[in-house]
Ligand binder design. Structure first.
Ligand SMILES: Nc1ncnc2c1ncn2[C@@H]1O[C@H](COP(=O)(O)OP(=O)(O)OP(=O)(O)O)[C@@H](O)[C@H]1O
Ligand SMILES: [Mg+2]
Length: 517
């Protein structure tokens, strides 16, 4: 016996004749955790969709062996029965169903007579959530009540509820905080100890280095290298991914911070489900011309709520006063906010960022279609030129702007959303987790773009859970905790520890250099 749980041999997959995977081999032992690394569009998700029969046998070339026997699955149900469980990059939860219903979706326990056994379901769901350190989530409430990080953990809970021999995690941690990632890694270690194999995909390479035994790097659909992690480093992974050394993670571009242009006063957001509970509690702050303002905090700190209230897209009841150039402006609806000079790139691109039925190009020009309308006819030439310019500016990898947006890799969808908002020519650009699921090279490009925009006088608010990135690009940092502003620092000699201490409400972090503004 080979000792392998699973082998993929010579896997090749084309989309409309264009190769996405070109002869990839991958072998996995029981209890082994493989880190599958590659740039946006390298083919990681596609390879895992082949493995889990999202693309059924017959729609690709090559061979898959499970326990040494050919596996020719025609459906995800079949691979699940074989113990291959995939957690997709894009969340697959049904927003209207309860947390417990989502966890059991497709394998609900029933009572004699066929009715669903809700008590059993809810009880088991609670157990799973305790394992995920989410005891405050109510399993009988709809999933849509919870934010991105919680939803991602619930999605993981759904997988834990199935009997996995091989667990595939495609960007499981994109919207998790450092503490939540620790919980996730702990769970994976447990599974490994029980002999469960994992394929772990993440652009957070520290995490990959921490959990994986073996690193498989692919580039442009081809296998580049398979190396034990013990013989690797994060820098080596990056070099293999990009095909070159990347010696700088954050670009530097001097830009001048000018006068106050925007002010948010007394922003308060109420929990849509518990109207007395405040998710943001009377937060006020200022933003200067050409400034990059980072907003840090733990998931649930109220950061997304704060920026969506400013942009008029907060779903519940809220109060907010928004001032631009010393004048009160109406941002009660996103359209008003865009007109006033605001743009927001949302955290959850699947729900709020992209229109799934439209092409890449149509998505990009969606928010400014009026500009290309000449007597109800849209000026195709102008529109095509604007789209091309954005695609080039962001190094967006798409075979053609006419492709459906859903055909782009996750990271490239994120760039399309960014392109759409940039086209509105904003004065205040709000980015909520802008580099989620974006590879290291493309992250650098996004930071560079942010710095260039700032140098042109555009003011940027960036919400991010990646402290390194907050410290890497911000001029000033606001720290939120439990809906309140817990700290405000000039980003000079500021450390991750200082920001974290403020986030969890420890005083004494307003140290001398990173002094309050
Ligand atoms: N349904 C589809 N139709 C056409 N092309 C597709 C489709 N799905 C993926 N592709 C293309 O296949 C290539 C690989 O995409 P894939 O989603 O596997 O990348 P990835 O490595 O997962 O990237 P990311 O890190 O951004 O998630 C990309 O060029 C993508 O545009
Ligand atoms: Mg992917």
């Amino acid at each position: 016996m080979s000792g392998y749980l699973l082998e993929m041999k010579g896997i090749a997959k084309r989309f409309d004749g264009v190769p996405a995977l070109d002869g990839i081999d991958l072998a996995i032992r029981p209890g082994e955790c493989i880190g599958l690394c590659g740039e946006n569009g390298a083919g990681k998700s596609t390879l895992m969709k082949v493995l889990s029969a999202v693309y059924p046998h017959g729609t690709w070339d090559g061979e898959i062996l499970l326990d040494g026997q050919p596996l020719r699955a025609r459906s995800v149900r079949e691979t699940e029965e074989a113990g291959i469980i995939i957690i997709h990059q894009e969340l697959m939860l049904v927003p209207e169903l309860t947390v417990a219903e989502n966890i059991f979706l497709g394998n609900e326990p029933t009572l004699p007579g066929g009715r669903l056994n809700y008590p059993a379901m809810n009880h088991r769901a609670e157990e799973i959530l305790r394992e995920l350190k989410l005891p405050d989530v109510n399993v009988v409430l709809p999933v849509k009540n919870y934010g991105g990080g919680h939803q991602q953990l619930i999605e993981i809970g759904k997988a834990l509820n199935k009997n996995a021999r091989l667990l595939i995690l495609d960007e499981p941690s994109a919207s998790l905080t450092a503490a939540e990632i620790e919980v996730l890694l702990e769970i994976i270690r447990d599974l490994k100890a029980k002999g469960v194999a994992c394929v772990y995909i993440s652009h957070k390479l520290e995490e990959v280095a921490a959990i994986c035994d073996t690193i498989v790097v692919i580039r442009d659909g081809r296998h580049i290298a398979t190396t034990p992690m013990a013989a690797m480093s994060v820098d080596r992974i990056i070099a293999q991914m990009c095909g070159r050394e990347l010696n700088q993670l954050y670009p530097s571009l001097p830009h001048e911070v000018g006068e106050v242009v925007m002010e948010a006063r007394h922003v308060t957001c109420y929990d849509p489900d518990q109207p007395l509970r405040k998710k943001v509690d009377d937060v006020s702050f200022q933003l200067r011309r050409g400034e990059i303002l980072g907003i840090a905090g733990l998931v649930g700190a109220g950061r997304t709520e704060l920026v969506t209230a400013i942009f008029g897209s907060y779903p519940g009841k809220y109060e907010a006063e928004v001032w631009l150039d010393g004048r009160r402006v109406d941002t009660s609806e996103p359209l008003e906010a865009i007109r006033a000079g605001f743009a927001l790139v949302p955290e959850d691109r699947k729900q709020h960022g992209i229109v799934r039925d439209l092409s890449v190009g149509e998505n990009i020009t969606l928010s400014v279609l009026g500009r290309y309308a000449r007597l109800t006819r849209i000026d195709d030439m102008l529109e095509a030129r604007a789209i091309d310019e954005q695609i080039r500016r962001l190094a967006l990898k798409a075979a053609s702007p006419a492709l459906p947006i859903t055909a782009l890799s996750g990271g490239n969808q994120q760039k399309a959303v960014l392109a759409k908002m940039l086209l509105t020519g904003p004065r205040v650009l709000i980015l909520d987790e802008p580099t989620r699921g974006v590879d290291v090279g493309a992250k650098f490009e996004i930071y560079k773009l942010m710095l260039e925009l700032a140098a042109q006088g555009i003011s940027i608010i960036m919400v991010s859970s990646e402290l390194a990135e907050v410290l890497g690009v911000s001029d000033r940092v606001l720290v939120m905790g439990e809906g309140q502003l817990r700290g405000e620092f000039v980003n000079k000699d500021l450390t991750q520890e200082m920001v974290l201490a403020a986030a969890i409400g420890q005083p004494a972090s307003r140290a001398a250099e990173g002094a309050p503004v």
